[in-house]
Design a binder for this molecule. Structure first.
Ligand SMILES: Cc1cc2nc3c(=O)[nH]c(=O)nc-3n(C[C@H](O)[C@H](O)[C@H](O)COP(=O)(O)OP(=O)(O)OC[C@H]3O[C@@H](n4cnc5c(N)ncnc54)[C@H](O)[C@@H]3O)c2cc1C
Length: 366
């Protein structure tokens, strides 16, 4: 049987591994719980429209398509993983808290309209009817009804469980690509080498350091290669539901989002800083996020702080993922998902799964 080894077991490596198992391949996944992992920290928003930025049409093509794949991806995973994923269609409210933000909201609506997304403009009274917890000082909002939210740990656990049930091997340990001549032939771990006919590199922001110098291309391992973008978020517990939809806004130019997980838990996120591999939770982040959150939903002042989490997003210089590129025979890369690893998981699994099968069919066997 043809064997594929996957290095890195975050949302990307797990999703790719699952897609490879579904294509009839023998799969070994090597993963270590290293500091700065991104997937266990993510807020779980599956919201291509809310993430749409000027000048990123190629990324929009990927994110919008991947979002449409999520319901089927989650259903198949729940069937194979044995537990529902809690994928919920909460929708997103883009909220303007002051005049500047109203102008930005207007620009964003035009951008969305150009991309073919119909966002519904809500006046203040309609907004307060839907979300009574929002401050009376709010100026306006737009409603994106199709946005989804997934509980990240359920998704990660379901993927691990689906892989085990399908017979994949999950190896714990730090790995490094094994190269013979030009070819990647497996993954070295402390206990020995996992030899494979093909290897997928999906080690998040550490992907550029998972091989000896010179093995990986400079757009991954060089000075301008993949970089960590630090993100902090705060989990809160509330006595009664504070918001029903995902809320996004800026307060005094601090971007903030609220993601409700159930009636009593929500996440306030997230900072975004390029400060290297720093994983310390900071007072500044907690202060900025909580001031912004309580300005939008004042009753959050009574919430309990449950956790302050930090992750490092894997980002390429153009903020787009590196999918399937094969700098060496025997190797496929799947990394650089930046803010969108969960959103892009179904499409990444499909694209990378297809590319691996294609590489193997072209005689890419050891
Ligand atoms: C605060 C925050 C909020 C976010 N919110 C969202 C969101 O709402 N929606 C969304 O779509 N995305 C979100 N993201 C982005 C998302 O988390 C990332 O894009 C995604 O998790 C990247 O997944 P990954 O598998 O590439 O990397 P990771 O999750 O970092 O996984 C890489 C894995 O490889 C392991 N590894 C690395 N090197 C080695 C090695 N040499 N040997 C063995 N194992 C190794 C790591 O320990 C880790 O387990 C958020 C990120 C942050 C920080």
């Amino acid at each position: 049987m043809t064997r594929v080894a996957v290095l890195g077991g975050g949302i990307v490596g797990l999703s790719v591994a699952w897609s490879l198992v579904g294509r009839g391949l023998e799969v070994v996944l090597v993963d270590a719980e290293l500091p700065g992992r991104s997937s266990p920290v993510a807020a779980g928003m599956i919201s291509a429209a809310a993430e749409l930025e000027h000048g990123e049409p190629d990324l929009w093509e990927l994110t919008s398509l991947s979002q449409r794949r999520w319901p089927e991806f989650a259903a198949a995973l729940a069937r194979c993983g044995g537990a529902p994923l809690q994928l919920r269609r909460t929708g997103t409210l883009l909220v303007a808290m002051d005049q500047d933000e109203e102008i930005r909201l207007d620009r964003r609506l035009r951008l969305l309209a150009d991309a073919g997304v119909a966002a519904e403009l809500l006046d203040r009274s309609e907004l307060r009817r839907r979300e009574p917890g929002i401050a009376t000082t709010v100026r306006g909002a737009a409603w994106l009804p199709n946005d989804l939210c997934v509980e990240r740990n359920r998704a990660l656990n379901a993927l691990r469980s689906a892989l085990r049930k399908a017979g994949a091997e999950l190896v714990e340990g730090v790995g490094r690509l094994r190269v013979t001549g030009e070819r990647v032939v497996g993954i070295d771990v402390a206990a020995g080498t996992v030899f494979a006919d093909h290897v997928v590199l999906s080690a998040g922001w550490r992907s550029g350091t998972a091989a000896a110098p010179g093995v990986l291309p400079t757009d991954l391992s060089g000075h301008d290669g993949i970089r960590p973008v630090k993100g902090e978020l705060i989990d809160l517990e509330v006595a009664a539901p504070a918001v029903h939809a995902m809320i996004r806004t800026r307060v005094d130019r601090v971007p903030v989002y609220l993601v409700p997980h159930d009636d009593h838990h929500l996440t306030v996120g997230a900072t975004s800083e390029q400060v290297g591999a720093d994983t310390n939770p900071t007072v500044r982040a907690a202060h900025d996020l909580l001031v912004a959150a309580t300005t939008v939903v004042p009753e959050l002042r009574d919430a309990a702080i449950v956790a302050h989490r930090v992750g490092l997003r894997p980002a390429m210089t153009d903020n787009r993922p590196l999918l399937g590129s094969s700098p060496r025979p025997g190797l496929t890369v799947a990394t650089g998902h930046y803010r969108h690893g969960f959103l892009l998981a179904p499409l990444t699994a499909e694209i990378v799964g297809d590319r691996v099968v294609h590489a193997l069919s072209q005689g890419d066997l050891s």
